[in-house]
Design a protein around this ligand. Structure first.
Ligand code: KG4
Ligand code: ZN
Length: 341
């Protein structure tokens, strides 16, 4: 069975193709056209430019997909239906419907949050042994914690009340001249830069002591902005200052995410923790989570880096699961920018 997955919820136009053959999964394509360069001057994603780029790039990527497939038949099309930027979601959905009609192939919609988590199952055999699982999506648009009883059966535990983690990284990164998306660049900077002087900075861990599973990162962002604003110009430009601020920012974010995730682990007696989304590619965060998981004797999984950020392979895999689990095919797929879990 061959499944084509289409992703256009934000600024990546992506098509992933998986082949399912007797319990083996072969990755036939992971095509991504990134729009990063276009959005960089706006410091974030500009939805209508993103929509225009999706419209332009989808046919090009699909042509490439057909070349890769040669004459192999596509059995199913899966497309992201939400959450995400509404105009962008519609581009993907309309394109998927068009090829579904033209090639007479069924099409189904996929939840972007679910796809960011299920990609952890790529290449895993005994999925049942990992369930129930605690799932944490950390990306540029989302910070969501939910419980997976089995594939398709979820309950939402909490989510961010304002900024997502990736959004916080990107905005604070901009303060220190890291272009959008700043997340990976901050990571490289912290890994390679050796500071010569020390700065004492301490920022809040928002909502860490609240007995719910919600998050908030805008207060952290504001605290960093204020600290920056009161510094003289030479310190604002100092790499040493940037180093200690960014390190403390990552520690604050990790402390909150780890504290809430592992409290949920105790409350719900899960067998594993699955993390996904662009920020799951952060080595600093991965190491801190892995250390805690080892201490608390629980399995934890992160997708391969290239499958943390938005991609079509995760949509394809999620589409396959929906299909084999006989999740109902919707009569009509609608974009739902606020779709939750
Ligand atoms: O999942 P994603 O591609 O898009 C959304 O669904 O939002 O996530 C993008 C976010 C951006 O904020 C970006 O800065 C962050 O993920 N990101 C990273 C890394 N790679 C991407 N943050 C930290 N370390 C990385 N290696
Ligand atoms: Zn995403």
């Amino acid at each position: 069975m061959i499944v084509v997955g289409i992703e256009t919820s934000c600024d990546e136009t992506a098509i992933g193709i998986l082949e399912f053959k007797q319990k083996r999964i072969k990755i036939l394509a992971n095509l991504i056209h990134s729009q990063v360069k276009i959005h960089q001057k706006y410091g974030g994603v500009y939805p209508f430019l993103a929509k225009r780029e999706h419209k332009r790039n989808l046919p090009i990527l699909f042509e490439k997909s057909l070349k890769i497939l040669k004459h192999k038949k596509i059995d199913l099309i899966a497309v992201t239906k939400g959450p995400g930027l509404e105009p962008c979601l519609w581009e993907g959905i309309n394109f998927a419907k068009e090829i579904s009609k033209k090639l007479k192939i069924p099409v189904l919609g996929v939840n972007h949050l679910e796809a960011h988590i299920l990609i952890n199952f790529l290449g895993k055999r005994k999925i049942k042994n990992l369930l129930p699982a605690l799932c944490l999506v950390i990306s540029g648009g989302h910070t969501v914690l939910f419980l997976m009883e089995k594939i398709g059966k979820y309950s939402l535990l909490g989510q961010t009340r304002d900024d997502a983690v990736g959004e916080c990284y990107d905005k604070i990164g901009r303060l220190f001249s890291f272009s959008y998306p700043a997340g990976p660049k901050i990571g490289e900077f912290l890994k390679n830069y050796k500071p010569k002087s020390k700065f004492e900075v301490k920022f809040p861990r928002p909502m860490i002591n609240q007995k719910n599973y919600d998050f908030s990162f805008s207060g952290l962002k504001t605290a960093i902005f204020y600290d920056y604003k009161k510094q003289p110009d030479e310190i604002k430009k100092s790499k040493d200052y940037a180093y200690f601020v960014l390190k403390e920012m990552k520690n604050a974010v990790s402390d909150v995410l780890i504290s809430k995730t592992f409290r949920a682990k105790k409350e719900f007696l899960v067998k594993s923790i699955l993390v996904g989304g662009g920020v799951a590619a952060d080595d600093f965060l991965q190491k801190r989570f892995e250390k805690e998981a080892k201490r608390q004797k629980i399995k934890i999984f992160f997708p391969e880096k290239k499958y943390c950020t938005d991609n079509g392979v995760m949509v394809s895999l999620n589409g396959y699961f929906n299909f084999v689990l006989k999740k109902k095919f919707e009569k009509e797929i609608f974009a739902n920018p606020d779709l939750t879990i």
